[in-house]
Design a protein around this ligand. Structure first.
Ligand SMILES: [Zn+2]
Length: 404
């Protein structure tokens, strides 16, 4: 991609109404555009990062047997009346008319699909997921893309004949989530949280972050971690599991997994016939990851405010390589075409702007590899490659080899 053809529009000034690090960076660097409070469009640069996040999640969900489907934003009132949630969550569900609403979650629809498709124990277990837009009426939408009114979620639902099978899958999902966050460059802790009325506990995946909205207690020494909402420990206590000390920390919730047991199958009559021909309720679990929230969390964690730099983790950077030409466009163009042939995701800044502006923008784009072609680099024998591990001059014929 050539920067002259790409919608790359950074602003020098911070947006005046930015309410968080993530919103101010993402708007200023041209990754997103705010439409209204809690509603942001992903611009081409932001969408590139978003797609990387999405694909990592999709790969890991497919790896544990998840089957992708796509449900609907528009929901009929009668389905939600079956569970009583048309009234119960009326404060967060946007209603577009007397009998239609916009989905903040999809337990009702997925249970409806499964009760119509599943009849026998032979059809189970089953795991279905989607990556889809959700709507939530947040009267005080804040924190940029961390808490939106319209946002992207991966929600997976699993269906089992019994508790043991569900528990086994719940552990598999836990491990898959750890892989997702590790691949995204987020160090997420598995935190015990409230399970609601149907289950003792659920689990949240929390990333330690001083600007986070959540408060958790973690052990300095072991994996013990609990949400403040249900904590029986406080800062400075001894860990209940080891000799470590409990610390209070701020964090951002990037995912959660939740045992639903028979909550929805019972009220919505989702049953199967066991091997004796007896009718049984399906046991369910649900598993969420906020994608736009993960994007915002990466910014909260990685953005270097002091130097105005965004060093994205390699797995999610919008471009793998950025070429900056300092008045050496012929050489730069040649290398750009070579890298394109080798299928590198490369951005070539060919714009007629100053070197300083190119470097400032490159800092906001945060490609893990930067190649500078200048009078100086040519005199030294080639292109200057700047990547983790340092800078070096590399002969043009050896550049692609160096990057692989
Ligand atoms: Zn401990």
């Amino acid at each position: 991609m050539k920067a002259s053809n790409f919608l790359l529009k950074t602003q020098k000034e911070l947006p005046h109404d930015a309410d968080s690090i993530n919103a101010s960076f993402l708007v200023r660097a041209g990754y997103v555009q705010k439409l209204l409070s809690g509603v942001y469009a992903l611009l081409p640069l932001g969408l590139r990062v978003y797609r990387k996040i999405e694909n990592i999640i999709r790969e890991e969900m497919n790896d544990i047997g998840g089957q992708e489907l796509l449900m609907n934003a528009l929901q009929p009132r009668e389905l939600w009346e079956e569970t009583g949630r048309w009234e119960e969550i009326k404060d967060i569900m946007y209603r577009v008319s007397d009998d239609l609403g916009l989905a903040p979650t999809h337990e009702e629809q997925i249970t409806d699909i499964v009760r119509k498709k599943i009849s026998s124990y032979k059809d189970l277990p089953l795991s279905l997921y989607q990556i889809q837009v959700k709507f939530r009426n947040e009267p005080r939408a804040k924190s940029g893309l961390l808490r939106g009114r319209e946002f992207m979620m991966k929600d997976m639902y699993s269906f089992h004949t019994n508790e043991e099978d569900f528990e086994k899958y719940y552990s598999e999902v836990t491990e898959a989530y750890k892989r997702v966050f590790s691949r995204l460059g987020l160090q997420a802790k598995v935190v015990v949280a409230d399970g609601g009325i149907f289950s003792k506990h659920s689990h949240e995946f929390q990333v330690l972050c001083p600007t986070g909205e959540d408060t958790i207690f973690i052990c300095s020494n072991c994996d013990f971690a609990v949400n403040k909402e249900i904590a029986e420990v406080k800062d400075g206590d001894k860990c209940p599991n080891c000799n470590g000390t409990i610390k209070e920390e701020r964090s951002i919730e990037v995912g959660n997994i939740f045992p639903l047991k028979n909550k929805f199958s019972k009220t919505m009559n989702a049953k199967y016939l066991d091997n004796q021909g007896a009718e049984k309720e399906i046991i369910m679990g649900c598993y969420g990851i906020g994608l736009t929230r993960a994007l915002a969390t990466l910014v909260e964690i990685y953005f270097d405010q002091q130097n105005s730099k965004m060093p994205w983790p390699k797995s999610v950077a919008p471009f793998a390589v950025q070429i900056i030409s300092l008045n050496k466009d012929d050489e730069a163009e040649k290398l750009y075409n070579e890298l394109l042939d080798k299928k590198f995701e490369v951005l070539y800044d060919d714009r007629l702007i100053s070197a300083g502006e190119k470097f400032a923008d490159a800092d906001l784009i945060g490609a893990p590899v930067r190649i500078i072609i200048s009078e100086k680099s040519l005199a030294a024998g080639g292109a200057e490659i700047d990547m983790i591990g340092g800078k070096e001059i590399v002969e043009f014929s050896k550049v692609t080899e160096k990057l692989i």
